[in-house]
Ligand binder design. Structure first.
Ligand SMILES: [Zn+2]
Length: 327
């Protein structure tokens, strides 16, 4: 249920049953003229009912409320079409908004298929994944008009100023919001506690893991008294959490590097199949398609990092990309 965390600022708890994220934390800032809602939940009945009940409890008038979306994933943007009134501004970084609005274009779909097949995803599996729609559920809102915000944009609500901080990595245009008066950081999925934010490869966005680690350091420079992640709770300081996430990726990079050294000439799909995953499955073949898609994406983010620093190289053979150690 809704919980007050500062004067005029509330946390809304949207449960996500059967999802390892457990819940979505939406935040509401009450203003005299206009209020702000941060992130919304999946476009599901459960999320909608939970959101509606808490908005009613807080006596929120959506006609006088704008929405800030930290990034384009469906658990954040999903309910926007059901919540936004005609008068609501929906803020999103220009980078993520442009990406969302390009998703249904045929060239985006063609690119998605071609790049995944070249990374070793079996065609039958990948087409099944696409047609069953889990990929679509990643990003759901229809192309719509967003109020673009960029790094350094400032929003005023509830008597506070909130600065937008571009933190590319989890998505290319992920954004955090910082309130200097309260030393309060709305983290989105940039820094989560108890679960590591998922980093995958994105089109037209080089070395997502490298960019993500840079964005972690960027957030680490802020004075943060209240850390407000978009999922779960907080069990240590942001500085400590940033250090452990960086350490996690260091270990992951060593693991991927080791696989490529021991088995030169594998595809990203095969490398992902040899990585350790925290999932109850007997073998890589038994992974649900959605988990496979995330696993390959995550393997690729680490592969791209190793390519970038020059540890490994890729070669094309018969339409497949294979990875080998350099030198
Ligand atoms: Zn999320």
């Amino acid at each position: 249920m809704a919980e007050q965390i500062a004067n005029e600022i509330y946390r809304l708890d949207i449960p996500l049953p059967d999802n390892p994220l457990k819940n979505l934390n939406s935040y509401f800032i009450r203003g005299r003229e206009r209020s702000l809602l941060i992130d919304t939940g999946f476009k599901t009945r459960g999320c909608f009912e939970a959101m509606k009940a808490q908005l009613e409890l807080l006596d929120v008038d959506m006609k006088k409320t704008d929405i800030f979306i930290t990034h384009m994933h469906a658990d954040h943007v999903g309910l926007v079409p059901l919540l936004a009134a005609d008068s609501s501004k929906v803020y999103m970084s220009s980078v993520d908004a442009a990406f969302m609005n390009s998703l249904d274009l045929p060239q985006t779909q063609d690119f998605l298929i071609a790049s995944n097949l070249s990374e070793g995803f079996p065609k039958e599996e990948f087409m099944r994944f696409l047609s069953h729609g889990p990929a679509r559920s990643l990003v759901t809102a229809k192309p719509m008009e967003y109020a673009y915000v960029d790094d350094g944009s400032i929003l005023y609500y509830g008597g506070y100023a909130f600065s937008c901080i571009l933190t590319p990595g989890h998505t290319p245009g992920h954004m955090c919001l910082y309130c200097d008066d309260l030393k309060m950081m709305f983290l989105g999925d940039h820094v989560l506690f108890g679960i590591t934010p998922n980093i995958v490869r994105w089109p037209d966005f080089q070395n997502s893991l490298g960019r993500y680690l840079e964005s972690l350091r960027k957030i680490g420079r802020y004075d943060i008294a209240a850390a407000l992640p978009a999922h779960r709770g907080v069990d240590c300081t942001v500085a400590d959490r940033i250090m452990s996430i960086i350490e996690h990726h260091k270990v992951r990079l060593q693991e991927v590097n080791g696989i490529i050294r021991d088995y030169p000439g594998l595809t990203a799909y095969e490398i992902a199949g040899r990585m350790r995953w925290d999932i109850q499955c007997d073998s890589w073949a038994d992974f649900p398609l959605m988990q496979k898609w995330f696993a390959v994406g995550e393997a690729l983010a680490h592969i791209d990092y190793l390519l970038d620093v020059g540890n490994i190289l890729s070669e094309k053979l018969g339409g497949l990309k294979l990875y080998r150690p350099k030198g």
